[in-house]
Design a protein around this ligand. Structure first.
Ligand SMILES: NC(=O)c1ccc[n+]([C@@H]2O[C@H](COP(=O)([O-])OP(=O)(O)OC[C@H]3O[C@@H](n4cnc5c(N)ncnc54)[C@H](O)[C@@H]3O)[C@@H](O)[C@H]2O)c1
Length: 286
């Protein structure tokens, strides 16, 4: 007679089966429904990656889209490709003047203040704390944390005037757990989840909702420069219960839901979009 596996043996075999099986991949949603017609959207970090996908999706949903980024050539190309209802503005998230200019452009081309603001812009760099200078740590905070604070502040007058709006910040699984070497990035991403909640509480009575997307791995230039073979991400994909690293478009769909009226009762929350990565307790039972 074969002995029943212990709980630990059973769990370990389930985990290893899950990590090696090729997961059936469902096609991502591609339909659009005019959810943002009549809205002016500001997508910051919209020149590439998740931001580009978000700008394209918001545009497809009918919004007038202002794309802000420091990558002028790429951002201009995205806006030109979208054509009508899209414009690129040079926007360094560290500059209050750039934020003000972006809102002026938004009002002039959208004929209404920004009521949908998504902020995927971020930088990531790797260094252990022992080797990380305070200046480099602060540089990461300036973009990844204070830059979002500036962006939220900049949106308040227009959204208040419009009677409401929706703000989407973007943290990371590194804002919930951590990896060595990412002190600046991770500190900022933890902070964003707190900033999002405070803003949600302070702005609720103005009809402004504020939510935070928490992505897992996304196949963007942040983790894979386009000239690098996509197979470099296979080890990461094998750890994801849904079996693949996220597409930028899958993250954009989450941002769309959060700025649209479909999430009208959602504020101050984290929306984890990680293919199930963080659902598993990271304890090796084998
Ligand atoms: N790619 C991933 O695996 C991953 C995982 C978890 C979280 N995220 C988060 O998702 C978001 C989107 O990242 P991505 O993967 O698309 O990265 P990306 O590097 O492809 O795009 C980031 C964009 O932000 C812009 N940017 C950087 N500094 C800026 C500044 N000072 N002012 C304005 N724009 C600036 C960049 O030019 C770029 O267009 C980020 O917040 C990132 O931290 C990404």
């Amino acid at each position: 007679m074969t002995a029943e596996p212990t709980l630990v043996q059973g769990a370990a075999s389930l985990i290893s089966a899950n990590m090696s099986a090729s997961t059936q991949r469902r096609p991502a949603e591609t339909r659009t429904y005019d959810r943002l017609t009549g809205r002016t959207a500001l997508v910051v970090g919209g020149a590439r990656g998740m931001g580009e996908a978000t700008a394209r999706l918001f545009h497809a949903e009918g919004a007038v889209v202002v794309i802000g980024d420091v990558l002028d050539d790429l951002g201009t190309a995205v806006a030109d490709d979208l054509g009508d209802r899209a414009v690129f503005v040079h926007l360094d998230v560290r500059s209050d003047d750039d934020w003000a200019a972006a809102h002026s452009v938004a009002v002039s081309i959208g004929d209404a203040p920004v009521t949908a603001y998504a902020h995927p812009a971020a930088i990531a760099s790797f260094s252990y704390i022992a080797d990380l200078s305070p200046a480099d740590y602060e540089a990461s905070i300036a973009v990844n944390q204070t830059g979002v604070f500036r962006g939220i502040r900049s949106c308040i007058p227009g959204m208040t005037e419009a009677g409401g709006g929706a703000i989407v910040t973007v943290a990371s699984v590194d804002g919930v757990g951590a990896h060595p070497g990412l002190a600046g990035y991770s500190s900022a991403k933890f902070a964003l989840r707190g900033l999002t909640r405070v803003a949600a509480l302070e702005l609720a009575d103005r009809g402004i909702r504020v939510n935070c997307i928490v992505p897992g791995g996304i196949d963007t230039p942040m983790i894979r420069p386009r000239e690098v073979d996509p197979a470099v991400l296979d080890p990461l994909a094998r750890q994801v219960p849904l079996g693949h690293v996220g597409d930028a478009g899958e993250l954009a769909r989450a941002a769309l839901w959060l700025v649209s009226d479909e999430s009208s009762y959602v504020t101050g929350t984290d929306l984890i979009v990680d293919g199930g990565l963080m659902a598993r307790v990271p304890l090796n039972l084998g």
